[in-house]
Ligand binder design. Sequence first.
Ligand code: MN
Length: 291
Amino acid sequence: MEANVKRVASVLIAPAPHMVGDGFRVHNFFPSGYKLKMSPFFLLDYNSKINFSARKKPRGVGVHPHRGFETITIAYHGAVAHHDSAGNSGIIHPGDVQWMTAASGILHKEYHEEAFSVKGGDFQMVQLWINLPARHKMSPPKYQDIKQANIQKHYLQNNGGVIEVIAGEYQDLKGFASTFSPLHLFNARLNKGGKAVFTFPSNFNTGFVIIEGGIRINDEEVAGVDQFVHFSNEGSEIKIEALENSIILVLSGEPINEPIAQYGPFLMNNSEEIQQAISDYNQGKFGYLEE
Ligand code: MN
């Protein structure tokens, strides 16, 4: 094994799922499911593929607040509609990404998109919570609607597949999304036999979600669908080879080395700021959004 290889620390199975509202059946890989060093990524909810029956009234999660971080939703099957108190709304379909910066505070609701709900079908999504550095926690809210057509694509050699750069960069190709701290977020869509190499600074916290298929990593470990691969903080280079047609969500970011205080949908640096968030929310300072 070469010295510069970023080795697999563990390959983790999906924890038992729970429902978020009635529209998302998620496995929480962290921070509840496993205690992993993944900052700036604070939470990873993985809605593994599930078939929802047809229903006129869309399933989902009603109006709720967030402060102090960003929620990123990545769609693989099905469609989700979003509305927030800053006046932003959008629908994400497979291949699309919604990047919502709650920052100083927002109310939003997340439901299955109407046409999808009426038809029913397969549903598979990831929601990430990305922490914000203290100096950006009270920035104005922001919304980045990232359609598949706007996502930068690096095509691999020998028809190996494509690396979609959502944020950060892959081999000088810069992603569409703006971020508040250095991080990379890719969808690697590999054809069977396809190979890719990723290089991240050794201190960047790094993981893969295997959305579809299976891969060999660094010529030694194997990971399959619905598993999370956690990497060590030594070395930089990760080599993968697809054992079948595969989709891998790749996340890597520079840790935010600041204290964390969390209470439900608020993610701040200390308990005073949490109390302030609760007080501001109760006083209606997060705006208004119709149920
Ligand atoms: Mn939410």
